[in-house]
Design a protein around this ligand. Sequence first.
Ligand code: ADP
Ligand code: ASP
Ligand code: MG
Length: 413
Amino acid sequence: MALIVQKFGGTSVASVSHIEKVAKRVIATREKGYDVIVVVSAMGKETDRLDELAREVTPNPGQKAARELDVLLSTGEQVTIALLSMTLIKMGWQARSYTGSQVRILTDKVHSKARIIEIDGQNLNQDLAAGRIVVVAGFQGVDEHGNITTLGRGGSDTTAVAIAAVMKAEECQIYTDVKGVYTADPRMVEGARCLEKLTFEEMLELASLGSKVLHSRAVEFASRYQLPIRVLSSFNESPGTLITSEDDTEMEKPLISGIATTRDEAKLTVLGVPDIPGVASSILGPISTANIEVDMIVQNVAADNTTDFTFTVHRDDYDQTLEILTKVSESIGAREIRGDNKIAKLSLVGVGMRSHAGVASRMFAVLAAESINIQMISTSEIKISVVIAERYLELAARALHSEFDLNSVNQNG
Ligand code: ADP
Ligand code: ASP
Ligand code: MG
């Protein structure tokens, strides 16, 4: 029997009555003759609630008690798997729930952003063969020593896609609270349009640049295993967005597929460091030793042989990065350290950019017309990102959406 993996996010399982609707959808797929593995998130905003509880206990649980934070956060999904399995059983079907460690979703040991190394499909296969619906807790795994790990916020998508890949599913369906992947976050840009189709490459850029509709590691897995993902709504019957490999037969690629935005970053600037070899490494070395990921980097050369070095990190890492830089500032000969955690990043993404010049200048002209100052820029073949003040994010997203005509199917370059 062909297998379909279905993942339901927090809003889709927010209450017992929501869970009943999910169960009906799962059963409908089962009745069409598919084997089904369901992956679920914690109910509603449960993960946020658990995180806040931890912060009541200690100001920085992710640093000071990372192992324990994962033990806490993983409980959210455990509640949902049990409730959904009970509901399926009540409805007359055989179902069995699994935590990440019961499946044995083996991860590395990096708490709160663990990567999946291997999934043991044996139990799941046995259950499917026995006619059961299998319900797996998203977002969690176990390291080689049996410690519970979590995959990062939004990580249930990754659990679903990884299971689908290992179990050779026909498709992985991600059910969420919007109709699919839009040209921009529909909660920010009125008139954003739901896309019918996207390539893995474009979705990977959108996801890693902040479109939280899909976890970026989920897209990485799907692309690696060439596994189609469909993003669709839990609340209606629309076809959603299919994410798959680039279809060469398609007539024309849109110039811009979508706009991704994120408020998750913070900017740090080291002013007046000597412009000599090794400076970047002595600034970023201690940051990387602390396991902090650096995103954009800009370095300028000034006339007096000193340079200003600016980079961005995740906003959660801002305080720690500032602390590290302040400590090392004397040894690197810096004049001053400045930080700003009220920035946002906005990116235009589209494979059509490969064959069209001029997107960047149009983008910059729109921002200039709105008097929005660009603080940093980075580009790749299929994206342009800018860092701007957070307070201008919505304005910039709306203006660019309209400039590039993204609400129309026939947008042109
Ligand atoms: P779930 O709990 O189902 O995993 P998420 O909250 O993680 O749902 O992701 C869905 C949300 O992603 C939407 O409600 C929407 O606000 C946001 N979002 C951001 N960018 C996009 C986009 N380009 N298309 C669709 N949704 C987006
Ligand atoms: N419950 C986790 C979160 O809120 C994982 C997920 O829903 O994907 O981030
Ligand atoms: Mg999500």
